[in-house]
Design a protein around this ligand. Sequence first.
Ligand SMILES: *Cc1c(COP(=O)(O)O)cnc(C)c1O
Length: 410
Amino acid sequence: MALANENYLKTPEIYCYDEIDKRVNAYKVLHPSAKIIRLGMGDVTRPLPQEVIKALHSAVDEMAAEGSFKGYGPPSGYDFLIEKIHKEYKSIGVSLDKESIFINDGAKSDIGNIGHVLGRDNIIAIADPVYPVYENATIMSGRAGFLNEEDQKWSNIVYLHCSAETGFVPSLPNERVDVIYLCNPNNPTGTVLTKSDLKQWVDYAIEHQSIIVYDGAYESFINEPNVPKSIYEIKGAKKVAVEIRTYSKSAGFTGLRCGYSVFPPELMVYTKLGEDVPLIKLWNRRITNYTNGVSYLVQRAAEALYSRKGKQETSELVDYYIENAKLIRDGLLALGFEVYGGISSPYVWFKTPNGMSSWKFFHQLLYEHEVIGTPGVVFGSSGEGYMRFTGFSSRENTLIALNRISRGKY
Ligand SMILES: *Cc1c(COP(=O)(O)O)cnc(C)c1O
């Protein structure tokens, strides 16, 4: 009899976005001609940069010819792309070993995969509200303990409660934690950790021999000078942090799939006897045994983002979404909403009117204005009473949605 990994049964059966779709579809059945606008989605909508398309075409041609055909590549990625990433870090004053950079098929994979190289008994800390994958990966890997039915919290996860009082920035835990997931700028709140905020976390991790899994998916959206682009800008961070980045949101790679993770050789984890082990050593074993790397075509596409034209096209994409987020932010502020984010992030986080629940306000927006947001509560119980809009829609739809919302009474 083949036994199931029952930890997988402990995560919710449907991903939060399916629940939203279900409710939107119910509305559509009754209002088939409705022109619904989605300001809730976490996916980009603009096509890929031209430089990427050119690189893809020429890589396809290489694959078609005998002299330039490529079979298996290096499991951790091609040098041509690693070189570019290495140089990009150098330009912000961070010098990394090239061996510490691992190309992947997007951030989500490594957010989950990193659990494989960490001991089962680690105590995991995650912000609340935050990107749901950190919690689900913890549950599926069997590290979450027991679910408290009352507050829907897991016994072995330390939740870093974020609220309006702290500007939706997580504060240090009172107890010892071993692995800390930090997302900066944060999804869903759009809020940021400044250099001094992040220094506290690095110092905490050094003191407690913990590690930080730093999700920098929105690094390209940062445009405030006191917010670090990389955690390695903080002194000592190489000893405690893995940094995960992706081309998904900045360059429209959500469908193409490419990103990278950094495992500095200084970063140690510990055996039960207290001996230190470089995490990169375990990661290399994982990579060589569990993957043959990312498609050559996709890595050539990512490389194209580092040319002068590629950089320009990427920054145009980012600016487009940031401008949408700014319009949303300003529009909501003008209507009297309490608003967070939307400055160094495509996400705008705001309080529902009159203490309404997230789902109730979701329905009000849908039924009165045919606009969809993401209920804050799907990102954790501290998100209850809040809503997330994103700048990932088209400019036109963003403006129409704002206009519709401005006609409401709150
Ligand atoms: C979108 C997103 C990801 C996933 O990125 P992929 O590279 O497409 O897998 C990871 N982390 C956060 C916080 C995200 O919002």
